[in-house]
Design a binder for this molecule. Sequence first.
Ligand SMILES: NC(=O)c1ccc[n+]([C@@H]2O[C@H](COP(=O)([O-])OP(=O)(O)OC[C@H]3O[C@@H](n4cnc5c(N)ncnc54)[C@H](OP(=O)(O)O)[C@@H]3O)[C@@H](O)[C@H]2O)c1
Length: 349
Amino acid sequence: MEMTEKVPVAILGATGMVGQKFVELLIGHPWLEITFLGASERSSGKRYGDVVNWQMSTPLPREVANKIVKECQPSEGYKIAFSGLDSSVAGEIEHAFANAGIAIISNSKNHRMVPNVPLLIPEVNPDHLDLIKRQTYTNDGCIVTNPNCSVVGLAMALKPLSDMWTVKQVDVATMQALSGAGYPGVPSMEVIDNVIPYISDEENKVETEPKKILGALNNGSIDFLAMNIRAHCNRVSVIDGHTECVTVELEGNPTKDEIIESWRSYKSVPQELLLPSAPEHPIVYFDEDAYPQPRKHRNLGRGMTVSVGRLRQCTDGAWKFVVLSHNTVRGAAGGAILNAELLIKKGCI
Ligand SMILES: NC(=O)c1ccc[n+]([C@@H]2O[C@H](COP(=O)([O-])OP(=O)(O)OC[C@H]3O[C@@H](n4cnc5c(N)ncnc54)[C@H](OP(=O)(O)O)[C@@H]3O)[C@@H](O)[C@H]2O)c1
């Protein structure tokens, strides 16, 4: 697709960890251009560069640093708003923007499980985008959501398996990065030299969201995939990249080679449509015994590739593997931008 003019977009929660990643990824984006930065009353009316505590490893772009942060109220000038808002305020603000005719693409938990809201991973369930036709916001406004950051890698690794075999049971233990807790996140005295075996409200999301994502669109609603998931969620002393140890029971007796091939050959709609943020390889499988690792592999495919490794069979026939994905890129801002690219390409905006 030849885009003659860039599509103006807003970032809500622009000062947070996810908001900063949006800024970093949208600078130089071939289709999208930042026109509005929204945050709380604390930041509004001030230069972005004066209020943001910039945590990205690339320099803060000057043209963004000079923009004035606004309160999160809908305004003219953009049809897409990315939300990296704190979930305590995201619900109402996102409704208001959708009601003003804006397509909200949200990273917050608030609307994810609402029946007519797509919980979208463009490689996994692009057809679920049709759910927005069931929404009743004025002037074509809509809400599309991203899954929880530890769900994205898990759902992507399960997708090729559920296409070919029946997934019965999934057990997962996560090792989640610090950036997943936002800024300032977990105090250093709590997490250095430590593992925290609890993340508030996380296990529930990991146990439910994949069933919707991997479910089938049927007459305008989603039939959840009938699999059982048991999750342990842990915070570890890693900056970016969620690692997960997964055990999966599959019906259909696949071989090890067949499972690995299902991951390595997986391509989907974003790759076919050549969406700008789509990685060439959505899933990479490593043969090396000690891979994947967050520090070495989180940035594969510009942070959009999911890394898998260590596939082995248990004595009871179940399969164990490790999956890694970048939580603020694939699990948040990058995934949301890919959603926007799909909406544009499908003519929803
Ligand atoms: N971090 C991740 O890896 C990740 C991944 C997936 C999803 N998420 C979700 O994405 C959302 C943002 O996460 P985060 O880690 O970026 O959090 P964060 O660093 O705490 O940022 C929160 C943002 O919300 C804004 N905000 C807070 N109260 C507000 C209000 N009353 N009105 C308007 N804006 C307000 C803050 O603005 P001020 O700076 O002005 O206070 C800030 O920009 C959360 O819902 C989180 O669960 C995070």
